[in-house]
Design a protein. Sequence first.
Length: 100
Amino acid sequence: MTDDVEFPESEESGKRTVSDGFFEREVFLSAEETAAFLRSVADSLDEGHELTISGDDWEIPFAFAEPIEVEVEFSSRRERELELEVEFTERTEGGGIDVA
C-alpha cells in the first residue's frame, strides 16, 4: 500500500514521477503546515514500507527499508538553528541470495 504525502497546495494533475537521478526541493511552511506534513509522513510510516512524497508538479514514490536514520543537528555559529533530517534507504526484494 502506498500512502501519498503531499506538500500543502499540491495538485493531482500533470505530475512528473521522479524515480532516477537527483532531485531536491526546499519549501518554507508555517508551523501548522509543517505539523500536518509530518503527521502525514508518520501515518504513512504506520501503514507500511511505501510512501509517495509529492509537490505541485512532481511525485516521488518510494519503498523504504528499516532502520530509518534520524539525524538531529544543532548549530549556533551564525544563528541558532535546529535541523531534523530523516533518511530512508531503498527497500530491496529478497535477502540477496538465490537457490538454483
